[in-house]
Design a binder for this molecule. Structure first.
Ligand code: NAG
Ligand code: NAG
Ligand code: NAG
Length: 449
C-alpha cells in the first residue's frame, strides 16, 4: 500500500476517537524518562521561529495572529462538541497554535519545531517518505535513525484493527474539524531538548505518529506536541505534570519562554481545580477584580452545561481571550470608563466586535488598574497593561479580548496566550490542579529549577 492511499475511502470513517493502546510502552518510557524535560518555547512571530518574517509589519502580524485565533476557535469548537468518554486515550483531532517547541527527534538528531497544543493529545511529526510535507524544514527520515521503532500490527488490539498489512504498520489518522488531514504510522523514538543553562534532556521510547500524508492545515508545520489529557499526550507519557512560563509575546527578541514536562515541572503559586472534559482543560470561574472593584458577574454564566455549552477553557493556542458576553461586557465597560475620556475609539473592520483605540499603550496609558481574574479556590491571573492590550498597528491598540458568543456557537470562554503572559502555569494531571503564579520567566523561573 502506498502512503498516498493511507487516506483512501476509509478516510470518511476517520476515527474520531483513537483509543490506541500503548500502555506497555508508556510504562517503559516513564521508567526510562528523566525527572523533567526542559524545552525552549518559541512564539510563532519570534526571530527564532521558522515563521519569522522580517518584513511583516505590526499590522500584518496582528492580522495573522487574529487569523490564528479564529482558526483555533473553530478547532476548539469542533473538539468540545465531540462526544468522548473521559477515559479516551487519544483524540484524533488537533489544532494549530501560537507557540512552537524546539526539539530534536531520533539518533542522529533532526531538529524540529512542534506546535505545543494543550487542546489535543497526540505527538506527531512529519516523516519521510511523505506526501504533502513542507520541505522548507528538515524532515525526519526514520530509516536513518538508530532509535526508531515502528509499532507492528500485533503491537496491541488498536494496531491489529488499524493495520497496513503490507508494511506491517500500525496506522493513525488525524482530523482537523471535519477533514482528514494527516495520516501515517505509530512508532517510538528518542526526543531531545536543549536549552541554554538547563542543558540537554532526552526521553527515549516516546510514542508518536510518523506523519506520511499531510493535508491542510498541517503542511506548513513540522508536527504537533499534544499536551492534552489523552493517553498519547507527551505530558502523560513523561509523568503527570507539565508547566510553561510565557513572557512577552509582542517582543520578537524575547527568548525566555519555557516548557517543562515531567514530575519536575514547576507547580508554584495558588491552585484551582482542573476539570477535564473531552481531553480539554476547563477551569472554574470565581470573579474578576478591576482595581479595587469586583465586577458584578454571576459565576454561573461560565458554568459548563452537561451538553457541553459554556464553560471556561485555558488554552495557549488562542492568542486572544474570549469571554462569555456578560463577563466581557462588564470588563469592557470598566476599560472604556478608564480610557474613554482621553483616547479616541478606532473601528477596525477586521475586529468589528473588539474595543480599539488610537494611541500607543505605553505612551498613552502610563498607568492602568490591575485586573485580576480569579478562579475557584484561590488561583488568579494578574493582568497588567501588556496582558490586556494588543498593539494592532503603529497607531492603534485593542483590548486583547472579544465576546465568546459571536465566535463560538456554544458560548465557551477561552483564556488565551496574551492573558497568560508573565505567568507560570503548572498542570498537575494526577491531582487535577492548575497552579498559577505571575513571574518573570527570565529572572524568577530559575529559582524553581
Ligand atoms: C512577509 O511579510 C510580507 C508583508 O506582509 C509579505 O508580503 C511576504 O509575503 C511575507 N513573506 C513570507 C515569506 O511569508
Ligand atoms: C488579514 O489576513 C487575511 C488572511 O491572511 C487576509 O485575507 C486579509 O487581506 C488581511 N487583511 C489585512 C488588512 O492585512
Ligand atoms: C467574531 O465574530 C464576529 C461576528 O460574527 C466576526 O466578524 C469576527 O471575525 C469573529 N472573530 C473571531 C476572532 O472569530
Amino acid at each position: 500500500m502506498e502512503a498516498s492511499s493511507l487516506l483512501g475511502h476509509d478516510a470518511k470513517l476517520v476515527l474520531v476517537i483513537m483509543a490506541f493502546l500503548l500502555s506497555t510502552n508508556i510504562t517503559n518510557s516513564v521508567a526510562k524518562s528523566p525527572y523533567r524535560l526542559v524545552a525552549n518555547l518559541i512564539h510563532h512571530d519570534s526571530i527564532l521561529s521558522p515563521f519569522y518574517n522580517a518584513t511583516a509589519t505590526i499590522a500584518d502580524r496582528a492580522n495573522q495572529s487574529l487569523q490564528r485565533s479564529i482558526a483555533r476557535l473553530s478547532y476548539l469548537n469542533a473538539a468540545i462538541k465531540m462526544e468522548t468518554p473521559e477515559d479516551v486515550r487519544g483524540l484524533a483531532l488537533a489544532g494549530t497554535g501560537s507557540f512552537l517547541v524546539s526539539m530534536s527527534i531520533g539518533e542522529p538528531q533532526v531538529h524540529q519545531f512542534l506546535y505545543m497544543d494543550t487542546g489535543s493529545s497526540l505527538v506527531w511529526v512529519h516523516c519521510i517518505p511523505c506526501t504533502g510535507c513542507n520541505t522548507d524544514n528538515p524532515i525526519f527520515d526514520p530509516s536513518l535513525s538508530s532509535t526508531y521503532y515502528p509499532f507492528p500490527c500485533n503491537h496491541d488490539s488498536y494496531c491489529a484493527e488499524n493495520c497496513d498489512h503490507e508494511k506491517n504498520w500500525c496506522l493513525f489518522s488525524i482530523k482537523y474539524e471535519d477533514e482528514a488531514s494527516a495520516a501515517g504510522n505509530f512508532a517510538e523514538e528518542k526526543f531531545t531538548f536543549s536549552v541554554p543553562n538547563e542543558g540537554i534532556t532526552t526521553a527515549s521510547g516516546i510514542s508518536f505518529g510518523c506523519g506520511r500524508k499531510m493535508n491542510e492545515p498541517y503542511r506548513e508545520i513540522s508536527g504537533m506536541m499534544g499536551l492534552g489529557y489523552g493517553e498519547g499526550s507527551l505530558a502523560k507519557q513523561i509523568g503527570t505534570k507539565f508547566s510553561y512560563c510565557i513572557g512577552s509575546i509582542e517582543d520578537r527578541n524575547y527568548m525566555h519562554n519555557r516548557l517543562i514536562i515531567g514530575n519536575g515541572a514547576v507547580l508554584v503559586g495558588s491552585w484551582t481545580p482542573l476539570v477535564i472534559r473531552n481531553a480539554l482543560y476547563y477551569l472554574r470561574f470565581e470573579s474578576i477584580k478591576f482595581g479595587s472593584d469586583t465586577l458584578a458577574i454571576n459565576p454561573r454564566v461560565f458554568q459548563r452545561t452537561p451538553q457541553g455549552r459554556r464553560g471556561l477553557i485555558i488554552d495557549s493556542g488562542t492568542e486572544l481571550t474570549y469571554l462569555i458576553r456578560d463577563a466581557y461586557l462588564a470588563l469592557r465597560t470598566k476599560v472604556e470608563e478608564v480610557i474613554g475620556g482621553s483616547l479616541t475609539r478606532s473601528f477596525d473592520p477586521q475586529r468589528p466586535t473588539m474595543l480599539c483605540y488610537f494611541g500607543r499603550v505605553n505612551r498613552d496609558l502610563p498607568t492602568f488598574p490591575i485586573v485580576e481574574f480569579h478562579f475557584r479556590e484561590g488561583a488568579f491571573l494578574k493582568w497588567r497593561k501588556e496582558n490586556l492590550f494588543e498593539t494592532v498597528s503603529n497607531t492603534e491598540f485593542c483590548l486583547a479580548m472579544d465576546t465568546a458568543n459571536e465566535n463560538m456557537s456554544d458560548d465557551v470562554s477561552t483564556i488565551g496566550a496574551f492573558a497568560q503572559q508573565y505567568h507560570n502555569i503548572g498542570y498537575d494531571l494526577s491531582a487535577k490542579r492548575l497552579y498559577i503564579r505571575r513571574m518573570d520567566c527570565e529572572t524568577d523561573l530559575v529559582n524553581y529549577l
